[in-house]
Write a new protein. Structure first.
Length: 376
């Protein structure tokens, strides 16, 4: 595992972001929307992976970039983060990904990348909290509080759970009406952690609301549902996705979980397992390397080191020789059952067999037993 820890996550610049993808072996270049994209979620994970390996300066460079990005947005002054930023050193205002559209003769951007998903803001807050735990630098705790405050700005005392964030090109950014189980897991972890760090009771309502939402999304047959539709009704006819099943076990300590959550292992084995690991969803059309690494970490944290080691080994079989990064998939590509855009009307979101920062970071976390949702 030392090799995984040493060289599989690239070195970011001073206060900057790492690109999320590199070209695959059969590609001369990435698709234009990915060429300069450094997704906030991937970089938050990378910061934690650096911490897990003791590379504090590298983790700080990403943390400092997240702090700067939340304060120097080109359009908004409410402290939100975008879903992606331009890879490289942080600019002011924080530069967003994009490309020159030669056919159209204009600068182009990706609508999802310039939007704000609730879960990505929460992951950035978790990375800052991990940095504060390791460095005791007050700026990281303050940054996490600021991001948590942004999460809380969408919270209504008379509702359960948080809606999905905002979607759209600048200057228009429309609220996302549906609620995501995954996003609410992330927000729950942030609220609980901020309460433990600050002893401020105003985080309690958010923690209770997101926990109630998470529990309401549990179905005895399907496991955790993906979330709600725009009207707030649970989506019971949708897909089963891996991360929504296993992240609750990382975010909520065993002695605080409802008893029915204890069937998670059997459920993912029966619905999502493929040879060597797990798929993103229940169509089982291939192995999702990132999710397989997530499952490895879940098993390690649950005390099943044998399962963890087996899954880590399987994930490492999908390592790009040139970069050292793990590939996003074992197969050429796999489906997710999700749309690219937040309105659900865009093209299908798929993972492809190309080196992926997020998959690499999850493998490092699994190898080191580093829980991203709780202090380490």
């Amino acid at each position: 595992m030392a090799a995984v820890q040493r060289d599989t996550v690239g070195q970011p610049p001073t206060a900057g972001f790492i690109p999320s993808y590199r070209p695959g072996s059969d590609e001369t270049a990435l698709p234009q929307p990915l060429t300069t994209a450094a997704f906030t979620y991937d970089n938050a994970l990378a910061a934690m992976a650096f911490l897990a390996c003791g590379r504090i300066a590298a983790a700080r460079s990403i943390g400092d970039a997240l702090l700067a990005a939340s304060k120097t947005d080109r359009q908004f002054r409410d402290g939100r983060l975008r879903n992606a930023y331009r890879a490289g050193a942080i600019a002011e205002p924080a530069a967003l990904p994009g490309w020159w559209d030669a056919d159209g003769g204009h600068w182009a951007e990706d609508e999802y990348q310039v939007s704000t998903a609730l879960g990505n803001v929460a992951w950035a807050a978790l990375a800052l909290l991990q940095l504060h735990t390791r460095t005791q630098e007050p700026a990281y705790l303050k940054g996490a509080v600021d991001l948590g405050t942004w999460l809380k700005s969408g919270f209504r005392e008379d509702s359960v759970g948080l809606t999905g964030g905002y979607f759209g090109f600048d200057p228009v950014s429309k609220p996302i009406p549906w609620k995501s189980t995954e996003h609410n897991i992330d927000a729950l972890a942030v609220a609980r952690w901020l309460k433990s760090q600050t002893a401020d009771p105003h985080w309690d309502p958010l923690a209770r609301s997101t926990m109630l939402f998470l529990d309401s999304m549990f179905d005895e047959t399907q496991g955790f549902l993906i979330g709600t539709d725009p009207s707030g009704e649970p989506v019971r006819t949708g897909i089963t996705v891996l991360d929504a099943q296993i992240w609750p076990l990382m975010a909520v300590p065993a002695d605080e979980r409802p008893a029915e959550w204890n069937g998670t292992t059997a459920r993912i084995d029966s619905k999502l397992a493929v040879p060597g690991g797990y798929d993103f969803n229940d169509d089982r059309d291939g192995m999702w390397v990132e999710g397989t690494a997530q499952a490895a970490l879940m098993f390690r944290l649950e005390g099943d080191d044998a399962r963890a080691e087996s899954l880590i080994a399987s994930a490492l079989d999908n390592r790009d020789a040139a970069s050292g990064w793990l590939l996003a998939t074992r197969e050429k590509d796999i489906s997710t059952g999700l749309a690219i855009d937040a309105a659900g009307v865009g093209g299908e979101f798929r993972y492809y067999r190309r080196p992926h920062l997020g998959a690499t970071a999850w493998a490092v976390l699994a190898a080191t037993g580093f829980n991203p949702f709780q202090p380490n």
